[in-house]
Design a protein around this ligand. Sequence first.
Ligand SMILES: Cc1ncc(COP(=O)(O)O)c(C=O)c1O
Length: 378
Amino acid sequence: MRIHLDHNATTPVCPEAASAMRRVLLEEFGNPSSVALEGARARALVEAAREDVARLLGAAPDHVRFTSGATEANNTLLFGLLAPGDHVVTTQVEHPSVSAPLEALAMRGVSVDRIAPDADGCVPLAALEAAIRPETRLVCVIWANNETGAIQPIPELAALCRARGLWLHADATQAIGKLPVDLAAVAVDSIASSAHKLGGPKGIGALIAREQKTIRPLLVGGGQERGLRGGTENVIGIAGYGAACRAVAAEGPERERALRTLRDRLWQGIEQGIAGVRWNGGPATTLPNTLNVEFEGVAGEVLLQALDLEGIAVSAGAACHSGSVEPSKILLAMGRTPEEARASLRFSVGQGVDAGQIERVIERLCVLVPRIRGLGAP
Ligand SMILES: Cc1ncc(COP(=O)(O)O)c(C=O)c1O
């Protein structure tokens, strides 16, 4: 059986979500906008899932707007809110679903300040605060990074933004299900969420925003999602997303503890068994399931492929473009050299990973890393 240590890329659909989706797929084909009984039943499913998502996040159900995922949620918020002349404070460690729209908006006259992280990937609160100007319209900061798991100071930043009357948007895609994300306690104005990172299906997520009147929709026609997102709702996906949120909520803090135990043992095994390794982050500032490690002198993509052949799935921050391996922009922003970034791999644990699998991964790494080093420099 393969060992999946790439849960930040995606995590398997949980049994609760699978059975909810199966039931809707086979038994509920109504269009939620139809007035007839079939439509009313589909509408009830959508609204029940909206409540499940809202309950997990401490939000009001009316603030939840379903989208095709976090990419669409981030795009909707950024393109829907910003206009030429606006200023945005953001970071150098955003997911491309935030950084790419902001690049496009910068071409249209929005000015964007991207604040650098420290060596652990955390963006200092003082640097974010110092970048705020009178014309700042939005502060946009990822809650926790997908590549390194670095957690940003969202509660403190939310308090600061609230005091100044500034809109704070946080891409919470990786944080949900791994950290408490409670909008009743944290004054963040909007977040993006994606179902497939927490046990739901791919292709569904939500923009959760306290105030929606000022957000222009990306998709118009039909008026669904109170006019914020035209198009017949993905009822099957929505039902799966709601069920996954219920399952995460039912697990409570035990989920976080279990993830942390697996991740910490993995790091301990790597650190004790292999010389020349560095955690790109640290236990106090990183998601409980994520471990990004630099294996000095190793080409990350070679180690990734060697692990893959042994049945172990991990991820390299680096992306392969037309034959050349680009180092991770996130690790470069954290001050790593291109060689150090290329020598780094991400391990992310999740549902279904057990202690025995972690021991097997440690054992294989202790064999593979010296073997690859013996082949020469990356
Ligand atoms: C931090 C973060 N934001 C946004 C996304 C995009 O989510 P989706 O796949 O739902 O579009 C991802 C997925 O990798 C992510 O990790």
